[in-house]
Write a protein that binds this ligand. Structure first.
Ligand SMILES: [Zn+2]
Ligand SMILES: [Zn+2]
Length: 143
């Protein structure tokens, strides 16, 4: 897959383009699931663009505070980062191996509308994480 060029995206946010910033965006855009700082660190190494872990964290902070990435703080898991595709998503977390899957759709749209009507709140959002054990972890645990 040819890497997308993130120059414009960074420029729009008033951020200087660096090789590492562009690489981090590209890694997360291509990833099907959210990644931890350590995983991004390993992937940079694999792409022969090694950076210190502290540099990786700094880049993630900058990109997150500019809304280019979303930081997920999921109960029981460590911080993970996801490319911000501007879509609203929920996540399914395995309590065994800490794997996280994105759930494509949001089941709460109608519920929010009803709730707004009933309570006269203007509802601005919600958080929902679902957790359990994935098939691999369930297999390993069975007696
Ligand atoms: Zn698991
Ligand atoms: Zn939702």
């Amino acid at each position: 897959m040819k890497d997308r060029d993130f120059d414009n995206d960074l420029a729009q946010k008033g951020l200087r383009r660096t090789r590492h910033r562009a690489a981090v965006l590209s890694i997360l855009e291509q990833s099907q699931q959210p990644l931890s700082a350590e995983e991004i660190f390993m992937e940079l190494k694999a792409r022969e663009m090694p950076a210190n872990l502290s540099t990786v964290y700094r880049i993630l902070d900058v990109l997150t505070s500019n809304n280019m990435l979303q930081k997920l703080n999921i109960t029981g898991g460590k911080s993970l980062y996801e490319y911000n595709r501007m879509v609203h998503r929920h996540h399914l977390l395995c309590l065994g191996c800490k794997k996280i899957l994105a759930i494509g759709s949001c089941p709460l749209g109608d519920f929010e509308k009803d709730l707004a009507k009933k309570t006269d709140f203007s509802i601005e959002g919600h958080k929902l994480d679902i957790y359990g054990y994935c098939p691999e972890c369930r297999k390993n645990d069975s007696p």
